[in-house]
Design a protein around this ligand. Structure first.
Ligand SMILES: [Mg+2]
Length: 266
C-alpha cells in the first residue's frame, strides 16, 4: 500500500526516474549493516571493551549515513579510530576489509543466481521488475544510481535481469570518492535540461530522497523490509519521511497505486 504524504503534483510531466539499487530493487546486499557494525566497533574499540555508548554512536552513524558511498562511511571510521587513539589508517584499507567481509555473503547469492539454483525474484524487492517495465512502457527513461562499486552494481543488475531496462547504470567509481547519485541527478538537470517535476527519485536511503527533494523531484521512499522483500520497515519509513519523501511504499506490488499517484496513464 502506498502511503501518500504530499498530494500529487499539478499535472504529470514525468520523463525519467532515478532508482537506487541496494535495498530498493536488490536485496543481494541485505544485511550490510550487520557487516559494517562489528567492523566499526572492533576497529574503534581496539583492545578496549566495546561500551553501550560506542554501540549507540555506531548505530546512529550507520542509520544517518545509509545510502552514501561506502568510502565516506570509512572516512568517518578512520577519523573515529584516530580520535580514540587507534592507528592512522587509510580509509580505503577499511573499505577493502569491509568489502571482503560483505562479499563473502553476496558472492554466495550471486553464485546461486549464476548456476540457476536461485531465481532473480528471490533477491528482488517484490514487484520491482514489473514496476520498472511499466515505467518504461509509459515512456520514462530509467537510471540506476548506486553507492556500490560501479562494476558490481552493473553485474548484480544483470543477474537480477533488470540491467537492460536502464538507459544508464552508474555506481561508485573505483577508488574515487564521488557521489554517483548526485552525478546522475546533476547530469539530468544540467546536461539534459530536465526539470525537478519531470523526475521521479526512488530509494531506501535518505541521501537520494534528500537530493531529489532539493531539486524539486518527486521522491518515493522505498521503506522495504528487505528480509521479506515486501512490506514496510518502520525504521526506514521514519528515516525517509524525515528526509522529505512525498510517498512511502514497502514494495512495488501496488504499481497501479504508485502510477495513479504520479498521474501516469498506461
Ligand atoms: Mg539503498
Amino acid at each position: 500500500m502506498l502511503e501518500i504524504l504530499s498530494p500529487s503534483h499539478s499535472s504529470s510531466a514525468l520523463r525519467a526516474a532515478v532508482f537506487d539499487f541496494d535495498g530498493t530493487i536488490s536485496t543481494l546486499r541485505c544485511g550490510w549493516e550487520q557487516v559494517m557494525r562489528p567492523l566499526m566497533l572492533e576497529c574503534i574499540a581496539g583492545d578496549k571493551e566495546i561500551t553501550p555508548a560506542l554501540e549507540n554512536e555506531v548505530d546512529r552513524y550507520i542509520d544517518e549515513s545509509t545510502g552514501i558511498q561506502t568510502i565516506y562511511q570509512m572516512q568517518w571510521l578512520a577519523r573515529r579510530v584516530a580520535a580514540a587513539g587507534g592507528p592512522e589508517r587509510d580509509p580505503w584499507a577499511y573499505k577493502d576489509e569491509y568489502n571482503r567481509r560483505l562479499m563473502r555473503r553476496v558472492e554466495e547469492k550471486k553464485r546461486a543466481l549464476e548456476s540457476g539454483s536461485a531465481k532473480p525474484e528471490e533477491y528482488t524487492v517484490a514487484g520491482a521488475a514489473e514496476f520498472l517495465r511499466s515505467l518504461r512502457g509509459a515512456g520514462l527513461e530509467l537510471y540506476l544510481a548506486s553507492g556500490t562499486d560501479d562494476a558490481d552494481v552493473k553485474k548484480e543488475a544483470a543477474l537480477l535481469g533488470v540491467a537492460d531496462l536502464f538507459t544508464e547504470i552508474k555506481g561508485a567509481p573505483a577508488h574515487m570518492a564521488a557521489c554517483s547519485k548526485e552525478a546522475v541527478l546533476g547530469m539530468l538537470f544540467e546536461h539534459r535540461g530536465f526539470s525537478g517535476e519531470s523526475l521521479l527519485v526512488v530509494g531506501d536511503g535518505k541521501v537520494e530522497i534528500a537530493l531529489g527533494k532539493k531539486h524539486g523531484a518527486w521522491a518515493l521512499g522505498a521503506a522495504t523490509d528487505e528480509v521479506n522483500r515486501r512490506g514496510v520497515n518502520e525504521v526506514k519509513r521514519r528515516r525517509l519521511i524525515a528526509a522529505g519523501a512525498d510517498a512511502i511504499t514497502g514494495d512495488f506490488e501496488d504499481a497501479d497505486g504508485i502510477m495513479g499517484w504520479m498521474d501516469i496513464n498506461l
